[in-house]
Write a protein that binds this ligand. Structure first.
Ligand code: GLN
Length: 542
């Protein structure tokens, strides 16, 4: 594959510590460059051996983010989409596992006959090929590649070696390395310390990579003298030492980076024209609404991975977007479904102005979710069920309205006589776990005159999926007669995509994941209208 020679490549590495927010810095820089008229995308290279994060427990790695083309990816891709408002794809997330898988598959096919297959050059060549995957179609001027992990990790070496070679092979103004580090503040000494940064830059230099720009995370502003010191010891220009202090929200970071002129430094080093000043009007408008709510509303999310905020990252962010759109602060309470039962449900949920039952897998906490659905349905509290949350709504309705006491999902009870949630036909022959669910974008046709139609304002939509089970259409007539409609169907298979209750102010369950398509500038209508319904509920209560 020959990549367009005009494409510029920016690599973002991290030093000193993990969790410094490389993804947010990369997304913020991309936002600024995009706002200047450049076509930008971001990809993430992860150092672990899973071929993709789809098989990882959310406790291990946070949410698994699904793209339109059905890739199960790192949650940072969600940030990229939420900031840039353009979709990512499977080429935007590559793991060490994927690289090795490709190389070993080629080896088995005989592509390297006679040769010893080695980390250098075979693995590094495959990494370099993947650096350029997104540049083949002339869709982008700039490709930002975030290298996961921290410099110095054993796993990172092949990636860093590939970056070194890639830079050497390209023209000096075609690549750039931004290194993100931490300046810890020592209370006792009353100062920010630069030594960890110096060490991590040194480690990067040992791998043959001299960073062009340092973005320094710090809890305090960095004085000029300290910037000079960092510049001197790390071999960068003093105006390439960028301060990144803690932001009020992640959506403030593009503006903070603009204040530090990160985008200008990047353009200068890549010899790119300063086309326009970044057009950030829509972004600032969003931030303005986000920061000046006129009221608040209390929404409870019932899930089972609630101890780890990253496990439901896209849902949390979709509430931020929908809140801003409604000029309302959404106060989300994360409640573990395992702790909910018939006796305590009222105490736990009575102050909720809206209840969302979260996606998930397996039986742990399922009965608590079903109890939460019943409480929302009977008390006419706005309800939103996503994927497993929708399936719980179907089970609850089956048990408590249709009188099918043993209604269940085959995932939970394979022996149930009333499998109102059935395994999809296409899943029955699946034996492998990785990448085998119904994944990615599928169309859905919405029936006119329904709540779903009023929410979307159109009948043809496309949403992203990640599931193996579905509504069992054998029961559909009974459900419809009793008041639970299937208001959205897949036009090809008839698979139920949306259910809603007639006799309820707002009760919507969806088999897909709308949270994955909500962005700062395009809040998802299902979240916007759910928040609106919760606001109306709270007004009516008073
Ligand atoms: N476990 C359910 C299924 O596979 C729901 C999946 C989900 O919530 N993402 O159908």
């Amino acid at each position: 594959m020959s990549a367009s020679s005009s494409v510029k490549y920016i690599f973002v590495t991290g030093g000193v510590s993990s969790s410094l927010g490389k993804g947010i810095v990369a997304a913020s820089l991309a936002k600024l460059l995009q706002a200047r008229g450049y076509r930008v995308t971001i990809q993430k290279f992860d150092p672990y051996l899973n071929v993709d994060p789809g098989t990882l427990n959310p406790y291990e790695h946070g949410e698994c983010y699904v793209t339109d083309d059905g890739a199960e990816t790192d949650l940072d891709l969600g940030h990229y989409e939420r900031f840039l408002n353009i979709p990512t794809s499977k080429s935007n997330n590559i793991t060490t596992g994927r690289i090795y898988y490709n190389v070993i598959t080629k080896e088995r096919e005989g592509a390297f006959l006679g040769k010893t297959v080695q980390v250098v050059p075979h693995i590094t060549d495959e990494i370099k090929r993947n650096f350029e995957l997104l540049s083949s179609k002339d869709e982008y001027d700039i490709i930002i590649t975030e290298i996961g992990g921290t410099v110095g990790d054993i796993e990172s070496f092949p990636f860093l070696e590939a970056v070194r070679q890639f830079r050497w092979e390209k023209a000096p103004t075609d690549t750039l390395v931004i290194h993100l580090t931490l300046l810890p503040f020592l209370k006792a000494a009353g100062e920010l310390k630069t030594k960890p940064t110096q060490h991590s830059v040194k480690m990067l230099s040992e791998a043959g990579i001299q960073p062009d720009i340092l973005v320094c995370r710090s809890e305090h502003p960095i004085p000029t003298e300290l910037r000079k010191k960092i510049a001197l010891f790390c071999n960068v220009n003093v105006n390439s030492v960028i301060e990144a202090t803690d932001a009020e929200t992640i959506y403030d970071v593009p503006l903070l980076m603009k204040k530090e002129k990160l985008d200008e430094r990047v353009l200068a080093k890549l010899k790119l024209a300063h086309k326009n000043e970044p057009d950030l009007d829509a972004w600032k408008n969003f931030l303005g609404k986000l920061k000046n709510p006129t009221r608040d509303v209390s929404i409870t999310v019932v899930g089972k991975y609630v101890e780890l905020p990253d496990a439901y990252k896209s849902i949390a962010e979709a509430f931020v977007h929908a809140g801003a759109e409604n000029e309302c602060k959404v106060k989300v309470k994360w409640i573990s479904s395992e702790g909910i039962n018939e006796e305590n449900v009222e105490t736990i949920l009575k102050n909720s102005e809206g209840i969302l039952v979260a996606p998930g897998f397996g039986s742990r906490g399922l009965e608590g979710k079903i109890t939460a659905v019943r409480f929302a349905r009977e008390n006419k509290i706005p309800f939103f069920g996503i994927c497993l949350g929708m399936q719980c709504a179907v089970i609850e309705f089956g048990r408590n309205v249709l009188g099918l006491k043993d209604a269940n999902s085959l995932e939970i009870n394979p022996a149930t006589p009333n499998p109102v949630i059935d395994m999809m036909e296409s899943q029955k022959k699946v034996t492998m776990k990785g990448g085998t669910m119904r994944l990615g974008a599928y169309p859905c046709e919405i029936q006119k005159g329904t709540k779903a139609y009023s929410i979307y304002g159109k009948s043809k939509i496309s949403e992203r999926h990640r599931h193996r089970y579905e509504f069992n259409n054998k029961y559909l007539d009974r459900y419809v007669k009793a008041g639970m409609l299937a208001s959205g169907l897949n036009p090809d298979s008839g698979l139920v995509e949306i259910v809603e209750l007639k006799d309820h102010p707002h009760f919507v369950g969806v088999q897909f994941h709308p949270e994955l398509k909500s962005t700062a500038l395009n809040p998802h209508p299902l979240f916007v209208k759910f928040v609106k319904a919760a606001i109306e509920n709270s007004i009516n209560k008073k």
